[in-house]
Design a protein around this ligand. Structure first.
Ligand code: 8YV
Length: 312
C-alpha cells in the first residue's frame, strides 16, 4: 500500500530516500503530474510530502480522494491552496523555526556584500587586477537605519543581528511588539520614509502581494536599499526594477523573485544589486532539519498522532 506521495523535483536524492525509507512511497515531479498517475495508486495515497514552489491547487487534491495531509518542505506554504485543502479536510504542515537563523544570516550577508562591494572585491583580488586598480570606496552598513517589514520569527532574527551592527531598528508589524528602543510604524510607507534599508520579511501569499509598492519605494528614496528574503510577490517587482534602473533607489539585495528561476531579465542588467538564487535556507544543516520536520509530520499523520507543526 503506497501511503505517501512525494511531490517535487526540488527534492534531493537524499531527501527523497529518507522519506521513501520511512514510508511506502511513490514520486511525481510536480503537482500537475498527479492527475495522470495510475488510479489505484492515487486512491492509496493518504499523505503528500511536497517541496518546491509550483502551485498545489484543488485539482491536484481532487485527484487524491483519500488525501489527509500535505506536508510542505519550507516555512512558506503560499504555493498550497490552503482554503481548498481545508474544504476537503486536508491538513497542511510546514517547517517553521528551523530555518530562521540561516535566512537571517543570508539577509545580513547580502547587506554586507552589497554595501561593501564584496563580489567585486573578490573578483579584483582573485583576478590579479588589484595590482593595477584598487576597489572604489564603498559604503558603511554599521550604524545605519533599518526598517524590517514583518517582525515575525525571521524578521526578529534579522533585527537582533542588525542591532549588533549598531543599527537603529524600525519595524512594521500587525501590532506593536515589546521591543524597547525599536520604533514601530503602523504602515509601510511611514516605515520606508524613516530608514535607509528596508528589509522585507513577510509571509508570502495573496494577502501580502505587492505589499511594498511604488509609494513605499518613493518614500525610501535615492539613498535607500531594498532587501528581500521573503517572496518575490511581497514587493511590486516591476516598480522595484523601474526604481533601480532609474537610480531612484541606491540598490537592492534580493534572494527571492517572481517566476523563479526564470527571473525577469531586467535584473541581470543592473549594477546596483546583489542577487542570490533563493538560497535562504540552503545549508546542509538546515535542509536536514527541514527534511526531518517534514518527515515527522508525515509519520505523525500516518500513525494517527498529533501533527508537529500544523498550519490549518
Ligand atoms: C524553500 C522557502 O522551502 O521555507 C521557505 O519558505 O522559501 C525555502 O526554504 C526551499 O527553497 C525549498 O523549496
Amino acid at each position: 500500500m503506497t501511503n505517501l506521495l512525494i511531490v517535487g523535483n526540488a527534492f534531493t536524492e537524499e531527501e527523497r530516500g529518507r522519506l521513501a525509507g520511512a514510508h511506502a512511497a511513490a514520486f511525481v515531479g510536480s503537482p500537475e503530474d498527479i492527475a495522470g498517475m495510475d488510479t489505484t495508486l492515487r486512491t492509496e495515497v493518504r499523505a503528500v510530502a511536497f517541496k518546491g514552489h509550483a502551485p498545489f491547487g484543488a485539482e491536484a487534491m481532487e485527484a487524491l480522494p483519500n488525501l489527509g495531509l500535505i506536508a510542505n518542505f519550507g516555512v512558506g506554504y503560499d504555493a498550497i491552496d490552503v482554503d481548498a485543502a481545508a474544504a476537503r479536510s486536508v491538513a497542511v504542515t510546514n517547517t517553521p523555526d528551523v530555518l530562521n537563523d540561516d535566512v537571517a544570516d543570508l539577509a545580513v550577508g547580502m547587506m554586507l556584500a552589497f554595501s561593501r562591494d564584496m563580489v567585486r572585491g573578490h573578483a579584483l583580488t582573485i583576478s590579479g587586477g588589484w595590482a593595477q586598480q584598487s576597489l572604489p570606496l564603498n559604503r558603511k552598513m554599521s550604524g545605519g537605519t533599518v526598517g524590517i517589514v514583518g517582525l515575525g520569527r525571521i524578521g526578529r532574527e534579522i533585527a537582533d543581528r542588525l542591532a549588533a551592527f549598531k543599527m537603529d531598528i524600525h519595524y512594521f508589524a500587525r501590532s506593536e511588539k515589546e521591543t524597547p528602543g525599536w520604533t514601530y510604524h503602523a504602515d509601510v510607507v511611514s516605515l520606508a520614509g524613516a530608514v535607509d534599508w528596508l528589509v522585507i520579511a513577510l509571509v508570502g501569499g495573496e494577502e501580502t502581494r505587492n505589499f511594498v509598492g511604488p509609494e513605499a519605494l518613493d518614500a525610501l528614496g535615492s539613498e535607500g536599499v531594498v532587501v528581500n528574503i521573503s517572496r518575490g510577490t511581497t514587493v511590486d517587482e516591476g516598480a522595484l526594477l523601474d526604481a533601480l534602473e532609474k537610480r531612484r533607489l541606491r540598490g537592492a539585495a534580493v534572494d527571492v523573485f517572481l517566476n523563479e528561476p526564470d527571473i525577469d531579465p531586467r535584473w541581470r542588467k543592473l549594477k546596483n544589486v546583489h542577487l542570490q538564487p533563493h538560497q535562504g535556507s540552503g545549508t546542509v544543516e538546515t535542509r536536514r532539519a527541514m527534511a526531518e520536520l517534514q518527515l515527522a509530520n508525515v509519520t505523525a499523520f500516518l500513525e494517527g498522532k498529533d501533527l508537529v507543526t500544523p498550519v490549518n
